[in-house]
Ligand binder design. Structure first.
Ligand SMILES: [Mg+2]
Length: 283
């Protein structure tokens, strides 16, 4: 049963689908996961799985879905880390490619593949001592489940020495089997407090991740629909990117939360099974 039953899904050329809280909670697949993807394949509807969660690599997401009985290809997965690497690669001069990363393999790997050189703990420039070229040109922060004081200190020193500050995403929390735990936004709050500098964020709700997804899909804003569970990332991001959205109620945001914000999802549905039913009727 959809909440907005009056307006059926329409004009569906492609989907941009969030994963945490939409497809699974932590390691637990949500009901109807396989049937959802079976329908997308049967109808040959193109989709991109686009996530702010920067902790896993593209390959790790493919494997996670395979463990849940779903086959997707590399081109169908876009993480905020991959989007960050692409964004920086397009803009960063060739002699400014040293990056200090707070994050996991999911972030380090795409940056290295894009030609960036990763710096180590306490590699920092100290111009007053004549030490330059040691530190990072850029600090990038993403979800890091081995976050340490040394990493925070190194990031602080580099940002204070002039490194550009980027973030894969600003989600303050992350849903897990046990509940919500601290997300990258918590790390950013600490670094902002210590440096007075705000990062440039690549992930949702900024439109960059969705824009890269549209480019990969080859669809337009008006025939693409985003599916997500979180108002202040997935749904606001869709609004910022100019695309329609389905909010599912299996993740972070509740139906009551919608009243507290000044933007709206186009559709609200209970869960993935309802999305599958709505797609079935529309396609
Ligand atoms: Mg989510």
């Amino acid at each position: 049963m959809t909440t907005n039953e009056t307006v059926a899904l329409n004009n569906i050329g492609g989907l941009i689908i969030d994963m945490d809280g939409v497809l699974w909670h932590g390691k637990q697949p949500l009901p109807g996961l396989q049937a959802f993807f079976e329908l997308l394949r049967a109808k040959q509807l193109p989709f991109i799985l686009a996530t702010n969660n920067a902790s896993l690599t593209q390959q790790q997401y493919i494997e996670k879905l395979a463990d849940m009985g779903v086959t997707v290809s590399a081109e169908e997965v876009l993480t905020s880390s991959m989007a960050t690497a692409t964004y920086l690669k397009d803009r960063q001069p060739a002699d400014k490619k040293r990056v200090f990363v707070i994050g996991e393999d999911g972030l380090k790997q795409p940056l290295e593949q894009a030609g960036f050189e990763l710096t180590s703990l306490y590699q920092v420039n100290q111009p007053d001592k004549g030490i330059t070229g040691e530190g990072a040109d850029i600090v990038v922060s993403g979800l890091d489940r081995t976050l340490s004081w040394d990493k925070l200190a190194t990031a602080t020193l580099n940002i204070r020495a002039g490194a550009a500050f980027y973030a894969t995403n600003a989600d303050t929390t992350l849903p897990t089997e046990l509940g919500e735990v601290i997300g990258n936004g918590g790390t950013l709050a600490a670094l902002e407090a210590a440096t007075g500098i705000k990062p440039t964020c690549i992930g949702k709700p900024e439109p960059i991740l969705y824009q890269q997804a549209l480019k990969i899909l080859g669809t337009e804003e008006d025939n693409t629909i985003a599916i997500g569970d979180r108002l202040n990332t997935d749904i606001l991001g869709a609004v910022n990117a100019g695309i329609r959205s389905i909010m599912v109620l299996t993740g972070v945001s509740s139906e009551a939360d919608i009243k507290d914000v000044d933007y709206q999802p186009t559709w609200v549905m209970q869960d993935l099974e309802n999305v599958t039913q709505a797609l079935q009727q529309a396609l």
